[in-house]
Design a protein around this ligand. Structure first.
Ligand SMILES: [Fe+2]
Length: 264
């Protein structure tokens, strides 16, 4: 992975650029401001998580810095998305991964880096929220894209496993993708989960479906250290406990847990 180069100096500059860029979206409107701050914190947490996973994978310091830049910018499209469309729902606005790449190009954020490194970062950003990564990508691109997807999920697990326990007034439609909090769980989602399949955002009908989608992310985790952290932090149980009690869900939960245990 020698071809890809990030120096400590680059990293410092890019972090400064990030915080200046995000601050330009701080709005007097409390709803917008809250959403912007939420994604700013999330981006910084994903930086921490990607370093946690990377260190456990014994990555060298250069690769760790590169991974950190990817984490820092993975949701860079979110700030413009929310400001323009007042939603984080890609279907109602635009794909935030691709929007992120447009922002990085338009703002010339990565011009200090060599072309290969720049392209690699932009690919990881554009693949972070796809249903799956194109399999014909280079080994290095797959390696980093998978790492970024793991780190992103780790922080979202953290966010949602605490978030579902707070009262309605503290919750926001921005996190819940505007889905209704009704007791139902869709049959289609249960079937996908019973078959050990990932779930697509398009299948979602309720907040419970969304929680199940997040549980099913376990099938989309790539690295052993990530599995271990999910296990140690007990994320699946925390999310499961906010779902209605039913035999169907119990069954799915035990399947997910045994898949998790197999991978730690
Ligand atoms: Fe994202």
């Amino acid at each position: 992975m020698q071809r890809y180069q990030i120096t400590e100096f680059d990293l410092i500059n890019l972090k400064q650029w990030f915080s200046r860029y995000v601050q330009s979206f701080y709005s007097p409107d409390p709803m917008v401001r809250k959403a912007i701050v939420l994604k700013e914190k999330h981006s910084l947490m994903v930086c921490k998580e990607i370093m946690n996973i990377g260190r456990m994978l014994d990555m060298n310091s250069g690769d760790l810095m590169l991974a950190e830049v990817m984490a820092l910018f993975h949701d860079i499209g979110r700030f413009e998305q929310f400001t323009r469309y007042k939603t984080f729902v890609d279907r109602k606005s635009e794909n935030h991964g691709e929007l992120g790449v447009k922002v990085l190009k338009r703002e010339k954020t990565l011009t200090a880096l060599d072309e290969d490194t720049r392209e690699l970062i932009m690919k990881a950003v554009s693949y972070h929220n796809r249903f799956s990564i194109p399999e014909d990508e280079s080994t290095v691109c797959l390696y980093f894209s998978k790492l970024l997807r793991d780190a992103d999920k780790l922080d979202i697990f953290n966010l949602v496993s605490t978030y579902y326990y707070v009262g309605n007034s503290e919750r926001s439609a921005a996190v819940e993708l505007d889905l209704p909090d009704i007791p139902e769980v869709s049959e289609e989602i249960m079937t996908s989960l019973n078959e050990g399949k990932k779930i697509s955002v398009r299948q979602l009908r309720s907040l419970n479906d969304f929680k199940l989608l997040q549980l099913a992310w376990i099938y989309d985790i790539n690295y052993r250290p990530t599995f271990r952290m999910i296990y140690e932090r007990d994320y699946l149980r925390k999310i499961r406990d906010t779902l209605p009690k039913s035999e169907g869900i119990d069954f799915i939960y035990s399947r997910l847990m045994s898949y998790l245990r197999k991978n730690i």
